[in-house]
Design a protein around this ligand. Sequence first.
Ligand SMILES: C[S@@+](CC[C@H](N)C(=O)[O-])C[C@H]1O[C@@H](n2cnc3c(N)ncnc32)[C@H](O)[C@@H]1O
Length: 275
Amino acid sequence: MTVARDLLRRCERLLDGAARFCLYTRAALTPLSEVRKGIIASWNDFIPDERDIGAGLAWWERDVADRYVKPHDRVLVIGCGSGRDLASLVERGCAVTGIDPAPRALARAAAYLEAQGGTAALECAFFEDWPREDVFDVVWFSWFVYGYVPDSSRRIAMLKKAGRNLSPGGVLVLSYPINPPGSRAAWLARAAQRLWTNDWVLEEGDVIGRLRNTGLFSYEHRFTREEIEKETRAAGFYVEWLGEPIVVLRAAAAADETHARTGDQSRVASVSVIP
Ligand SMILES: C[S@@+](CC[C@H](N)C(=O)[O-])C[C@H]1O[C@@H](n2cnc3c(N)ncnc32)[C@H](O)[C@@H]1O
């Protein structure tokens, strides 16, 4: 009996690994346009309930908003979804624009705001494709949305774009999923991807999940702190404040002027880790 159970356990692990390899390799060969359909499907019905939308900011988001967001600030919320964080920033008296590619979630945000008597400009788009050059005092990447954008080089380009939407002295806030997993199956899928060309790259730290009955999959990238620092630096930002999993960034050029004036060589104003 023990031998049979042991054999079955080994089979189970082997089949799990094979299934994960197939899933990750299928993702690696899927064009970005299809990956994006999965991203929309993953989030269209996220936080549908009004009471949950009204719950407002998590404490670690509120901590950053209290420090860096002032009433009347122009705030761009990237990935506003059904409006939890967006509505809270509207309540703080900010002039808010929200964008999200998931139309059902965005419709819920609009209905919630209307019911509350609040206003915000809402636009349905992936931020990378958003054509507007409007300027904001705060660019707020919503809850982990930075990790829902595949491919490090695309994320860096997106941060550079966000930088062009920032007023001088403005801040960029982003939160990110942590604890990248290690998986041999995912490693093999990444190796397989090198044999084909695709318009995005499956990377270490990517987590792919199946979306039932759709043939689509969910996507998330989990970060190390070094990775966040590397990507944000490559986009021309420095870390002003970090309380993992949320970080506040400023454009490095503006910071260089300030540091040159004050002789202050420090970059990170504060680092803490939220347990
Ligand atoms: C975790 S949900 C957050 C929703 C809402 N802000 C909240 O906190 O309840 C992440 C949102 O990011 C959106 N999103 C994913 N990729 C995006 C992109 N490239 N540009 C803009 N929004 C994106 C998703 O559609 C989803 O609504």
